[in-house]
Design a binder for this molecule. Sequence first.
Ligand code: G16
Length: 561
Amino acid sequence: MKEEQRSLLLKSAALFSPPQGVKLSYGTAGFRADASILQSTVYRVGILAALRSLKTRSVVGLMITASHNKVTDNGVKITDPSGGMLSQDWEPFADQLANAPTSEILVSLITEFVEKENILLGGEQSAQILLGRDTRPSGENLLEAAKQGIKSVLGATALDMGVLTTPQLHWMVHARNKGMKATESDYFEQLSSSFRCLVDLISNGTKINPTDNKVVVDGANGVGGEKLEILKSMLNGLAIEVRNSGKGGGVLNEGVGADFVQKEKVFPHEFGFKDVGIRCASLDGDADRLVYFSVASDCSSKIDLVDGDKILSLFALFIKEQLSVLDGEKNERSDNKYQARLGVVQTAYANGASTKYLKQSGLEVIFTPTGVKYLHEKAAQYDIGIYFEANGHGTILFSEGVLSWLEAKNNELASLAKGSEQQKAALRLLAVSKLINQAVGDALSGLLLVEAILQHMGWSIHKWNELYQDLPSRQLKVKVVDRTAVVTANAETRVVSPPGIQEAIDSETVKYPQGRCFIRPSGTEDVIRVYAEASTQEDADTLANSVASIVDQFLGFGTPK
Ligand code: G16
């Protein structure tokens, strides 16, 4: 490393001392912690982002957010050139950087890494990093720390894109590296025009009753609500009412948002009995998760939850239907042998009833550990890969191959069978590929796709919810001394360490009809998560509580919350 670079790093690193006695880990979705201890981590991730950009010779992103976590937390993560999550083989280096105890050790780690990775610092190559942040009050200061980190790598520049949803930043990085227009207004333009296009292509016979054409959206008092206000003004034929947009004084993610609604299964603030019969949706703090719900008519605060699994099922049915329309066309023309491979990806949190339904519908279902980085990777192995976590985080990926095939099909049919159902099926799939975010799960694009498909099917939220009946489930979190003591295998369905705990969970689970239970360490909070499902709510609750006590016995002082 050149002396100029070395002294630049040493000088800036001295301004950002790491917090004492804290070990940080890149986790499920970047570093997350109380915002007050994150300055040094964000500064160091700024350096990491610059190195990633130099290494890949592409634009990368850096997002300041703690998504669904509480407002006093914050976090930082990197968007890779594809628009996806940081390549997992760089995560150990991210951990090393964040935890380096002194500036000298930090600089020697960087020196070693750039040599190993053949990254030339201070050469001709330049690096560009797009920066985004959510609405957390700590975001502005942390963004400055990220800029300092980027500035301390020679040739690196930061471009501040302002307050964004996480998926908007991912979309921008993806678009820029593909040479497409990539401003925020380009994002809104692409979503709104592909939505209009898709709605124009929906079947004519069964359009939804126009009076039912309204969705009320809980913005979690975060960035999603304000962005949705802009987007909705560019749409027609769909009425969107935004509540909890953050302007009314409510607190981010407190009693509101997709995580709260999905976990507690009650309606968020600002919703109530006035909403019975109305289609409602909830975004999370940085708008990368989406769930739907309807308010129960029994005067309780309960809701009928339409979670990520049901969004996945709706998308999968629609895509499958379009592919079979195209397939019908293929059989008439034996020269076209292309068969698009469709796969759906879930995690252990997927309700057992959803997996059964998807399999019975003839779909190929694969499981990965929790974390979009794992699901996305798996989905990308298909021509069309749909992934969703039950918490509402997911998207649909189209391979380059399937997109070329659809383009070719559309051109062929435009001359042979213009306006046919087959041509419309090709056009619908092409419109979906533009509407749904190809970089990461995106609540705003997901919402528009749900709305278009419901119109296409002529379904109310109740009809959609009746696709299958969820098995009752319960999620708990348990505070333990050291959550890293829990090591899991088989897509997080089995615990391999500490010894004995899995056997204890198994002997509890077998007591309940249709019982299923697993535990895993959270990658975004300092807790062990417990998930249980069974044939009745009472059983699911009892199973979850018993397993939480087992976790407590094995791992420490916790009391389930
Ligand atoms: C993040 C990840 C999700 C994950 C969630 C919870 O969501 O992107 O893939 O499901 O954390 O993870 P854990 O159970 O490990 O805490 P978000 O919306 O917070 O970015």
